[in-house]
Design a protein around this ligand. Structure first.
Ligand code: SAM
Length: 379
């Protein structure tokens, strides 16, 4: 495991102290969701709240807009097709990361009337502003607005790329019965401890009763944020299409008997591992998205489900190969090779093509979204 420098370790220790204090206030144990919330979002200290590099080669992981502008161009083509059918020419992006996706979309679609960004991280907001001011023309930059809270009566296209995987989850463990695992502190470090009471256990039992019995010694995660997040999003949208893009599974795969160790994943300097207690604040902690739970929560909140499809199929249907050809143009062989590599990474089933999925929702719209139908392939 990479060893952070002294300043980073000191930063992590300040967060550790804040979490220990919270554990003491709660009588000795907190839910893992609360631990993850603090580890990622504690003001000034959490992974997303502090000013450490996160994305790209110098950071901890790479997301699709960091890999290639083709990702944003395809989303812009999808947005354009929705706008042509009457959707408002506005985008609201959740969790905009470095700001690259915003730049890619605005450059491809300069006719957008407005691009709003809502990010929990004040540090990332600042970095997005800096990056986008340098990268975009003044005219495009002035179309961007950073929001503190959800807008009212939003009309347009909502994007959330790798946002839901960064929401805090509950951890469940089945022995004879289910129990929720919380976090305590034992002098040497954080440790798991079963919680005496848990709302998540009831939800997990319900999932198991629908899917079939899971084996003993089974670990999994449960994200109870989809419902409140989608409910407040639905309340703030008047006529909108929502595209949620993330790594995840449908429930039969998520809670598959063979996935006995769950999907909790940590990223530290491009090292992927499963220990969320290492260097709190210095590493990303994520869990795969349960797309069925997400779709159920969306429907209960008043959205219509337009479909769920692999990212590869979605991008191919939105002109990935045309855009690759356009970008490669008469470029030198190295550029052409790099672009082919980007196409492969974004779309091949064994890369991001199947693991990442797109869930499309509509509110008060019934637009045609052909990309949500299976059947697109390399042609
Ligand atoms: C894994 S990063 C992805 C960043 C970017 N979308 C990308 O693809 O590069 C997760 C982002 O989601 C943000 N985030 C998490 N929960 C959020 C929420 N409820 N509302 C807005 N932003 C959120 C984080 O602050 C962070 O910017």
């Amino acid at each position: 495991m990479p060893v952070p420098d002294d300043a980073a370790i000191e930063h992590s220790m300040r967060l550790v102290s804040a979490i220990i204090e919270r554990i003491e206030q709660r009588g000795g144990v907190i839910g893992f969701d609360e631990y993850m919330q603090m580890a990622l979002y504690q003001p000034g200290l959490g992974y997303y709240a502090a000013s450490l590099p996160k994305f790209g080669a110098a950071g901890d992981f790479v997301t699709a807009p960091e890999i290639s502008s083709l990702f944003g161009y395809c989303l812009a083509r999808q947005a354009d097709a929705l706008i042509a059918q009457g959707c408002a020419a506005e985008v609201l992006e959740f969790g905009a990361g470095s700001g690259k996706l915003c730049a890619q979309i605005l450059e491809f679609l300069p006719t957008l009337a407005r691009y709003q960004i809502l990010d929990l991280s004040a540090d990332l907001r600042q970095r997005q502003q800096q990056y986008l001011m340098e990268r975009l023309s003044a005219e495009l930059f002035h179309k961007i607005e950073w929001l503190e809270r959800l807008p009212r009566d939003f009309d347009g296209i909502v994007l959330a790329n790798e946002v839901l995987d960064a929401m805090p989850v509950h951890i469940l463990h089945k022995q004879d019965d289910w129990q929720e695992l919380g976090v305590t502190y034992r002098g040497q470090g954080f440790a798991w401890q079963a919680l005496a009471q848990s709302e998540a256990v009831g939800v997990m039992r319900h999932i198991e009763s629908r899917l079939g019995e899971l084996p003993r010694d089974y670990y999994s995660e449960l994200n109870l944020n989809y419902q409140p997040w989608l409910k407040s999003l639905a309340e703030s949208c008047r006529r909108a299409v929502v595209l949620i893009i993330d790594y995840g599974y449908e429930q039969s795969q998520y809670y598959h008997a063979a996935r006995q160790r769950g999907t909790l994943t940590c990223h530290l300097r491009h090292r992927v591992h499963g220990d969320p207690f290492i260097y709190p604040g210095l590493q990303d902690i994520t869990a795969f998205v349960d797309f069925d739970a997400c779709a159920d929560a969306a429907e209960a909140s008043g959205f219509d489900i337009a479909g769920l499809i692999g990212q590869g199929q979605f991008l191919l249907a939105n002109g990935l190969l045309d855009e690759a050809q356009r970008c490669a143009g008469d470029g030198d062989p190295m550029t052409q090779l790099a672009i082919s590599q980007q196409v492969a990474t974004l779309s091949l089933p064994q890369e991001m093509g199947e693991k990442f999925k797109v869930l499309a929702l509509q509110k008060n719209l019934a637009l045609d979204i052909p990309a949500m139908q299976r059947g697109y392939a390399y042609g």
